[in-house]
Write a protein that binds this ligand. Structure first.
Ligand code: FAD
Length: 284
């Protein structure tokens, strides 16, 4: 099938893109890496009147340490994040997660902002942003605002973005010297979307974990922070009993959606297995 016909604009600046978006609103669609949008146009799941190609907006691309935050521009490709020494040093969770995203050819084109804006429940970046306490920076002709990742992912493929807003960056608190992170996922084949995954971060000192963050992907319509499991570990020794308590707590807070291949019970079991492995690695 071919896409329906649409107009095409390739603005030269963010201001121009925002002006176009303000004028065309929901009739327009933003094009970033095109790895999700182009198939959906070709399948006619989406039929915008105008495609606004963000490809020339180099101001939205790049990775920089700004004060205590790592700022990643929306148009930064997955592959650039995977290979960045700045990311490896200041947000190692992202460096661990990147190789799980699709295949290299897709990571060469797909963008960080495109993935956050898509909000696929099985995508890696949204869960990482939750685990890392990121702020999502969005802009419109009305100005710029920041939204905590915990409030950004609203529902299945739905975010806090208004029709006239562009996601411009995410700001991620740089990892502290004593912080540890682990990203794990299970997929049917390497490169497939996750069945279940976990993005975990904590500060470790004297055998105890603090500021524990466990974010799951693939278990709900949106990425989920497992607050009860996090609380079960906070400040205490991260031993086998504490890990078992955290795994049990997941049963009270995760209500996984079954998919074509996995029942809800299987997904809960897999989430517990991954949590156990991630916590043992954080504590080691
Ligand atoms: C075979 C295959 C396997 C994949 N596997 C994975 C996987 O395992 N994990 C994973 O996370 N992803 C996976 N993806 C998706 C891939 O990561 C996409 O790159 C990503 O979801 C969207 O990024 P994009 O830059 O391609 O966005 P596009 O396809 O260009 O856009 C996607 C959507 O986001 C909107 N959008 C894009 N940029 C912005 C912005 N800056 N502000 C506001 N809205 C914006 C667009 O309007 C569109 O609605 C896979 C894709 C394919 C084709």
């Amino acid at each position: 099938m071919k896409a329906s016909s649409f107009g095409y604009a390739r603005p030269e600046s963010l201001a121009e893109a925002l002006e176009l978006l303000a004028r065309h609103g929901e009739r327009a669609k933003l094009l970033a890496g095109g790895q999700s949008l182009i198939p959906s146009l070709n399948l006619r799941l989406s039929s915008p009147a105008l495609l606004i190609d963000l490809g020339n907006l180099s101001e939205l691309e790049g990775i920089a340490l700004q004060g205590k935050d790592l700022r990643i521009g929306a148009l930064t490709r997955h592959r650039a994040i995977e290979r960045s020494p700045v990311v490896a040093a200041h947000a190692p969770l992202l460096a661990q997660a990147a190789p799980h995203i699709a295949h290299v050819a897709i990571r060469n084109r797909g963008t960080f902002g495109g993935s956050l804006a898509m909000s696929d429940p099985a995508a890696e970046w949204p869960a990482c942003c939750l685990a890392l306490g990121a702020s999502i920076v969005v802009a419109s002709a009305r100005g710029e605002r920041r939204v905590q990742a915990e409030r950004f992912f609203k529902a299945l493929y739905a975010t806090d973005l208004a029709p006239d807003e562009i996601l411009v960056a995410a700001e991620i608190p740089a990892a502290a010297a004593d912080s540890r992170s682990v990203f794990l996922e299970l997929a049917r084949r390497r490169g497939d979307y996750a069945i279940v995954g976990v993005a975990a971060q904590a500060r470790r000192s004297k055998g105890r974990l603090q500021d524990v963050r466990l974010a799951f992907l693939g278990v709900a319509a949106v990425p989920l922070l497992a607050r009860r499991a996090m609380a079960a570990l906070e400040g205490g020794p991260c031993d086998a009993a504490a890990i078992a308590a955290a795994e049990r707590a997941l049963g009270d807070e995760l209500e996984p959606m079954a998919d074509l291949y996995h029942s809800a019970a299987t997904k809960l079991h897999l989430a517990r297995v991954l949590a156990g492995r991630a916590l043992a690695a954080l504590a080691a």
